[in-house]
Design a protein around this ligand. Structure first.
Ligand SMILES: NC(=O)c1ccc[n+]([C@@H]2O[C@H](COP(=O)([O-])OP(=O)(O)OC[C@H]3O[C@@H](n4cnc5c(N)ncnc54)[C@H](OP(=O)(O)O)[C@@H]3O)[C@@H](O)[C@H]2O)c1
Length: 255
């Protein structure tokens, strides 16, 4: 795929999709929206344009099957969580890990979002030109980044719902549990992907979480892709994830 793109399809114009679309437009890239209402019919009319898939993890399975006729090298999946099993049939696609937070009016770039795969250089370049920090990285670096992000997503979600606390309150009052949840999640994911967990990930989490102290989670989301996936992966691998399992039990999630 060429290092620059003229056009990008964006599937799912929610929080992430609309921010990525905004940056792409600002970079001078033509954005073709694909929503529940329409846009799917244009995907096959352009055989080059990357397709940024920005639906939630829960909608991914249906979306992947709807995209089965689009060449894998055009597809870029940006979901959080353990989505590798769902992407098993999409060999040769690209992935992204989004390191900004968008919730309504709130928008904060926490650090550079990273992309890996054939469409990564062109997409990262366009986003950067459009004002969202982004970088293309290799497969192994991406695996490490994925494990680190799993740590982030297992803390910024389920524990906040269980304890009914904001992220700032949780990190102040339950620091040991937060670190255990993070380390289990990042560690299991890293080892499953054949990378070594880094001691830098937790302090870096505390740094990027600072502007997100107000974040709350009324109901835990996508557990089968986050804490639940971590606990299941650990079980398959003969590892233990007691901090995550206690929280999952509190919401009645069956591992
Ligand atoms: N928000 C963030 O700050 C952030 C940061 C990093 C990563 N992420 C990750 O990015 C992913 C997306 O999150 P989000 O916050 O952007 O979620 P979101 O705001 O709910 O957006 C998802 C979008 O996908 C659309 N969608 C769902 N099914 C669809 C379908 N069949 N066809 C077309 N569009 C469809 C939804 O449309 P409807 O509104 O019609 O349902 C919605 O516009 C998640 O994996 C999330 O964890 C989010």
């Amino acid at each position: 795929m060429s290092e620059s793109v003229r056009r990008v399809f964006v599937v799912g114009l929610g929080e992430v999709g609309r921010r990525l679309a905004g940056a792409l437009t600002a970079s001078g890239t033509d954005v073709a929206p694909v929503t529940r209402q329409g846009g799917w019919e244009h995907l096959s009319g352009d055989r080059e344009a990357p397709v940024l898939v920005c639906v939630r993890e829960e909608a991914l399975s249906d979306t992947v099957s709807r995209l089965r006729n689009v060449a894998a090298e055009r597809l870029v999946f940006v979901q959080n969580g353990w989505i590798r099993p769902l992407l098993g049939g999409v060999q040769g696609c690209s992935r992204g890990l989004i390191w900004f937070t968008s919730k309504g009016e709130f928008f904060r770039v926490l650090r550079a979002s990273v992309f890996s795969g054939p469409a990564a250089p062109a997409v990262a370049d366009a986003l950067k030109r459009g004002g969202i920090a982004a970088a293309a990285i290799g497969t192994e670096a991406f695996a490490g980044a994925e494990a680190e992000k799993m740590g982030f997503n297992c803390v910024v979600g389920l524990p906040l719902a269980v304890h009914a606390l904001s992220l700032g309150e949780y990190l102040d009052r339950n620091a040991a549990e937060a670190e255990a949840v993070f380390s289990e999640a990042a560690g299991v994911t890293a080892r499953a992907l054949g990378v070594t967990p880094s001691n830098d990930w937790w302090p870096e989490f505390l740094r990027v979480a600072k502007p997100l102290g107000w974040v709350r989670s009324a109901a835990p989301k996508a557990l089968e892709f986050r804490n639940g996936a971590v606990a299941r992966l650990a079980r398959e691998r003969g590892e233990r994830t007691p901090a995550n399992e206690r929280l999952l039990k509190a919401v009645g999630f069956e591992i």
